[in-house]
Design a protein around this ligand. Structure first.
Ligand code: SAM
Length: 274
C-alpha cells in the first residue's frame, strides 16, 4: 500500500491529461483525500459505490480506510491505473467502465453501500436527484458524500428565507439529513476549476408517512417555478393545492421560499390523501 507511486506519477505514466469534456479536475493531496474518505465514518468492511474514480486518488483513500469499493468510471484511459490499484488492494476494488447514469448501483454493489463521488456537477446533480427520489426508503445507499461546486452545495443544505432555498433543498431534506462537511478550495484540484467546491454529506432518515415523492416534486416545481409570486398564483395549476394550503393553515399570500420543508411535506400529505 505504501509502495503506491505518487498520484502525479500515475497521471504522467498513464498519460491522463485532464479532459474538460469529462469534467476532470483531479485531487492529488493524499491528506485531503483521507479527510474526505473519513466523512462517511468508519469504512472498514463497508461497501462503497464510488462514481468517477479517475486516476484513483479518492479510491486509494477509501481502500486505505478498509472499504470494499465498486467504482464506475467513464474514461477508459483511467482503467490501467485503477487496475494497478486493484492489484495493490486484493479483493477490495471492482471497477466498472461506463456511464454512472446508466449503471444500476444496487446490482453493481450487491447490497447497501455508502456513496462517495467527486463528479462533474451536472452529472452529480442528476445522480443525486435520482438517489433522493428513490421509491424504496430507506434506500439502497447508507450515506452520500459528494463533491459539488459550492453554489450547488449551498442549494442542497439551504434553509427557508434564503435565495439558495428551493426544490433541491426540499428534496434533499424532507427525509434526509444534509450538511456541508468540508469546503474545498479550487487550488486543491489539478487543473483548478473556476469556482470553489464543497463536500456535502447526506444521510437518509425515516420518511414521513403518507407522502409521495412525486407529489412533493410537483408542488415544489410549481411553487419555486414562480418563486416571487404568492402561493395562490404559483400553486393554482396543482389540483387541490389551494385547499391543502387552507387545511394546513398556510396563508395563500406567502411565497415559496418562506415555507419550511415540513410545510411542503404537510401539503404533499394532504394532496396525497385528497
Ligand atoms: N475522483 C477523482 C478525483 O477526485 O481526483 C476524479 C474526479 S473528476 C472531477 C470526475 C471523474 O468522473 C473523471 O474521472 C471523469 O472521467 C468521471 N466521469 C465523468 N462523467 C462520468 C459519468 N457519467 N459516469 C462515470 N464517471 C464519470
Amino acid at each position: 500500500m505504501s509502495n503506491l507511486p505518487p498520484l502525479r506519477d500515475v497521471i504522467a505514466a498513464h498519460g491522463l491529461r485532464a479532459s474538460k469534456a469529462l469534467g476532470q479536475n483531479f485531487l492529488l493531496d493524499e491528506q485531503l483525500l483521507d479527510r474526505i474518505a473519513a466523512v462517511p465514518g468508519p469504512l472498514a468492511g463497508e461497501r462503497v459505490f464510488e462514481v468517477g474514480p479517475g486516476p484513483g486518488g479518492l479510491t486509494r483513500a477509501l481502500l486505505r480506510a478498509g472499504a470494499n469499493v465498486t467504482a464506475v468510471e467513464r474514461d477508459a484511459r483511467c482503467l490501467p491505473a485503477l487496475a494497478e490499484l486493484a492489484d495493490a488492494f486484493p479483493g477490495q476494488l471492482r471497477v466498472i467502465e461506463g456511464d454512472a447514469l446508466k449503471v444500476d448501483p444496487v446490482e453493481a454493489c450487491g447490497g447497501p453501500a455508502h456513496i462517495v463521488a467527486n463528479l462533474p456537477y451536472n452529472v452529480g446533480t442528476a445522480l443525486l436527484v435520482d438517489w433522493l427520489e428513490s421509491d424504496a426508503w430507506p434506500p439502497w445507499w447508507k450515506s452520500a458524500t459528494l463533491m459539488f461546486q459550492a453554489e450547488v452545495a449551498e442549494r442542497i443544505v439551504a434553509k427557508p428565507d434564503s435565495d439558495a432555498y428551493g426544490r433541491l433543498a426540499v428534496l434533499a431534506q424532507w427525509r434526509c439529513e444534509a450538511k456541508i462537511a468540508m469546503r474545498v478550495h479550487r487550488s486543491a484540484f489539478t487543473p483548478p476549476p473556476k469556482v470553489m467546491s464543497a463536500i456535502v454529506h447526506i444521510v437518509p432518515a425515516s420518511a414521513p408517512d403518507g407522502v409521495d415523492v412525486r407529489t412533493l416534486a410537483r408542488i415544489t416545481a410549481a411553487a419555486f417555478g414562480q418563486r416571487r409570486k404568492m402561493l395562490r398564483q404559483s400553486l393554482k395549476s396543482v389540483a387541490g393545492a389551494l385547499d391543502a394550503l387552507t387545511q394546513a393553515g398556510i396563508d395563500e399570500s406567502r411565497r415559496a421560499e418562506t415555507l419550511s420543508v415540513a410545510d411542503y411535506v404537510t401539503i404533499a400529505r394532504l394532496l396525497g390523501s385528497a
